[in-house]
Design a protein around this ligand. Sequence first.
Ligand code: PMP
Length: 352
Amino acid sequence: MGLWEEHIRKVVPYVPGEQPQGDRVIKLNTNENPYPPAPGVIKALREMNPELLRRYPDPSACQLKETLAGYCHLGTDNIFVGVGSDDVLGMAFLTFFNSGKPILFPDVTYSFYPVWADLFGIPYETVKVTGAFEILPEDYRRECGGIVFPNPNAPTGICLPLSQVEDIVRQNQDVVVIVDEAYIDFGGESARNLIHRYENLLVVQTFSKSRSMAGMRIGYAMGSRKLIKAMEDVKYSYNSYTMNYASIVLGAAAVRDDQYFKETVGKIIETRERAKGKFAGLGFSGTDSRTNFLFVSHERVPAAEIFRALRERQIYVRYFPVPRLDQYLRVTVGTDDEMEEMFGFLETYLDS
Ligand code: PMP
């Protein structure tokens, strides 16, 4: 091995869900929205001026930030935007978790957290969720270098009430607490209004789930002016132009089309609640998900087998072959038709 090889940074990367191609695939494995982007987005896309692509985009993504700021009743200096919430979260890890003390996150959670921690050399400790996969705020009352958790949590779908999120933030005012709200629009109460009371709170959201724009890669963080300024400084030390022209224009159009947003989120919630009943009727149990996915386990048939059988039928769901999760499937809420097809198959399969 050459010396140069020895000195390469070695990392174990995050593994994103499969992106199978083809029209016949029913894709319920990466928590995408089954509905198309808002009509306002499609109109803005048609009206976009391709000549502008020769220019650099606005590095501050002002149009997107202003639209979000108006929507969230915040100042533009309370908002940071990035290339999906993965980019925003990665930037937040790099900016805020720099004390050398271990940061804390749940042991069952978004599997990107340990990857960023390892990449940036941030020590971490995981905090056990209960047997029912619950996060207990009192477990986060201890010295640490920062805290990050999704609310609702992934892949469990369980949502903490806002009072318990606030408990965690209040008990840890010496460090930055990041609440990853990728799924909050599907039934939780956002912590974003708490940023006025807690300078150390960063709330991260995404356009990938509730706004049907995973392919556009838009995420954002809301926090005190000091937190946002610190993130901007790190961003401008790495890549000034994270947001491309199309993301800025189409992201702003998505936020403006609020009626469509509310309608589609409402439909997904209705489909999810019906699906809970159907899963139960087929012998599955699961958590009380407040997200656009369900986390379910069958009373008799191992999850790995159901996963394989579904996959053969071109129905993709997510399976995590790791301790504690390996009896569960994470099933994204699709359209009613997609869910019907999946349940139709499961009925026959589980009968045989
Ligand atoms: N947080 C959580 C909890 C997620 O499940 C995801 C989706 N993989 C993300 C953040 C990142 O989503 P995106 O980068 O598409 O905004």
